[in-house]
Design a protein around this ligand. Structure first.
Ligand code: ATR
Length: 290
């Protein structure tokens, strides 16, 4: 049996944590301790459950007590964006922050979700997004968070479909200048705005949480499609099972989870972990704990 590598340091570890509500399910402590062991970094990473009305106080206390960085998960990514003293261009574009770092001149906010998704699709699943047709399902915080990075990957077309069509239309209008700059055709609306088959269909709705199927036209998925669910669990979601039946290649968001964590680690520590073995181990770990 392989043993976990335990490294003993003489100095106190640098403190990091993930803040959310709920947060008990988070795999982030395990992922970041894997990265730290890989790179010989002395860190301690824990979970912080902030009360729904107590996010700011929780974050302020953590940094006042010497914490170095935080990951922010649901439902606080917008609060973190407002709280940060300065934000990266990609966090500004997403309007949300999932990574906070204590700098000498205040809190720096970044968003690594989009780059995590694109890296998983392009690097791990080996599908270059340039000139592809992408269908994005959902128009909430998760969809908005990954949209700038998807557009930066230069697809030929990106269509946003949402149960409430007006929200998808609004999101498409918001990102129209960036899409135009990148020569990407961007549209949004109800399921009828998506015509024909897509190279990749991304489920960014929260439908999988309630084990329901997001609405989309089934013509969108064929044998050549990659169907990607941002959600992750030991079992495939209803969206993934439907896509599989339609002949698509499917993936859940485990790779994205590890890749966004790797990027946060880089923002904090200036070192890039090797994510591939961590993704592989996390898939096994999730099956064992299911
Ligand atoms: P998140 O931050 O996870 O994106 P959100 O901002 O509440 O959460 O957005 C949830 C998204 O999932 C929305 O696009 C929502 O559609 P509506 O705008 O119509 O509410 C979508 N969603 C949630 N449950 C769904 C379901 N059962 N079928 C289809 N879409 C669903």
């Amino acid at each position: 049996m392989r043993r976990a590598m335990i490294i003993k340091y003489r100095t106190k570890p640098a403190r990091y944590a993930v803040v959310g509500h709920p947060v008990e399910h988070s795999q982030s402590p395990w992922i970041h301790h894997c990265f730290a062991a890989q790179l010989g970094e002395n860190i301690d990473y824990t979970r912080l459950r902030a009360p729904l009305d107590g996010f700011v106080a929780c974050v302020r206390r953590f940094f006042a007590e010497g914490g170095r960085g935080l990951n922010i998960t649901l439902p606080f990514k917008l609060d973190a964006y407002v709280l940060a003293d300065a934000v990266s261009p990609r966090a500004a574009a997403a309007g949300a922050v999932n990574t906070l770092r204590a700098d000498t001149d205040g809190l720096y906010g970044d968003n690594t979700d989009g780059v995590g998704l694109v890296r998983d699709i392009e690097h791990n699943l080996k599908l270059a997004l340039k000139q592809r047709r992408i269908l994005l399902l959902g128009a909430g915080g998760a969809a908005r968070g990954v949209l700038p990075a998807l557009l930066e990957a230069a697809p030929a077309e990106l269509v946003i479909v949402n149960r409430t069509a007006a929200r998808a239309l609004e999101l498409a209008q918001h990102f129209a200048p960036l899409a135009e700059h990148l020569a990407c055709k961007l549209r949004g609306g109800g399921e009828n705005v998506a015509r024909g088959a897509f190279d990749i269909v991304i489920n960014a709705t929260s439908a999988s949480v309630t084990a329901t199927q997001p609405c989309f036209n089934s013509c969108a998925i064929t044998e050549g499609t990659l169907a990607y669910d941002l959600m992750y669990g030991a079992q495939p979601s209803i969206f993934m099972r439907t896509a599989q039946r339609l002949g698509a290649r499917v993936s859940n968001g485990v790779g994205m989870l590890v890749e966004q964590a790797a990027e946060s680690f880089f923002v904090w520590r200036g070192k890039r972990p090797n994510s591939a073995p961590v993704i592989e181990q996390l898939r096994v770990r999730m099956l064992k704990t299911a």
